[in-house]
Design a protein around this ligand. Sequence first.
Ligand code: PLP
Length: 407
Amino acid sequence: MNAPAEEYSASDITGLFDQYVVPNYVRQRVIVRGEGSQVWDADGKRYLDLGGGIAVSSLGHGHPRLTKALSEQAASLIHTSNLYYTEPQGRLAKRLVELTGPGKVFFCNSGAEANEALMKMARLHGSSGPPQRRYEILTAMGSFHGRTMAGISATGQEKVKQGFGPLLEGFQHLPYNNLAAFEEAISDKTVAIMIEGIQGESGIVPADVEFLIGLRKLTKKRNILLLWDGIQCGLFRTGNFHSYQTILGDDLGDFLPDGISMAKSLGGGFPIGAVWMHESVADTLQPGTHGTTFGGTPLACSAAHAVLDEVEQAHLVDNIRERGQQLLEGLIKLGAQGKPFAELRGVGAMIGVVLKEELPALDAVVKLADAGLLVVPAGGNVIRFLPPLNITSEVIEETLSILEKEL
Ligand SMILES: *Cc1c(COP(=O)(O)O)cnc(C)c1O
């Protein structure tokens, strides 16, 4: 018989992982519960969660609105398959279209799947020309687009590809924020350009205004789709629903990609992915071309509705702008006091601290966790802050004082 969870000690649990779980992650702690922006480990130690489960726990932990939405929907209808219509999916598609622009939405379960759908849509779109079949997708160096075969083929980082070849054909990686390099790489095979608004995994690197405006002009002129990986940088994290709205600000004009992938924060921790497709390509995927069993279940969509409701009703956009600013200003102050920061990068609640060479990110992350602060390493020498959108000013203050003491 299996013992109830509370009879397992931390070492019992890590022992189970050592013996039975595929060792493809570096894991740090045994986390047993959470509340707001805090979590507790198996020994009762408390941590501030400034990583937010890698930009996922948008309402923090144990949020009453999310918990209620999930339990009520679970009691009524968890799943039907996509052979049927359900109200939560239809209404969520409408909300995402209203937050983005004229188009339609496809639902899936993760970020990699969302990018996969974008890339399949683009290839199908290019399959009829003109003038001949087009399939190539240009992406950026340092990008991250997921761990499926198409995802690692699209990702502009050698380390994710090692040992998995032969990869999918038809990708080229160009220097991020280098418009001329993308322009030069376009050929009669090119069907799309895909970029992140802010590169997350490689250490919080935002796109330039000129690059984005130039890319949109270029892709329109050359009849190429502009695909936007908004999985980490979207969903209000930068203080607007999409990061291009924040990056472009007054220069936004009529800027709109042709397709946008979303996941991470959308369900507040419940797995859901979504792809918005502009009305000009929204009917590309017809019956039989693409699908997924679980995509857009009533349960997953109810979680996303709860997140969107809370963002609206609790004015979380204002909160994230203010808290992001508070954290960034505090970090700037710490940098000026001689902390080993080589650079600070960030927009809203997506902040990267580039550490000086003597301090590898993984060491810093472990040290901070020992002191009760969870952050996420990126790109070797960067620590990432991806907090819940409802993080409080008190938690930010406590975070800054831990950083002041420990680094
Ligand atoms: C996390 C992430 C993905 C992959 O999402 P999964 O849900 O892990 O499959 C893709 N692109 C970006 C930019 C991400 O941050």
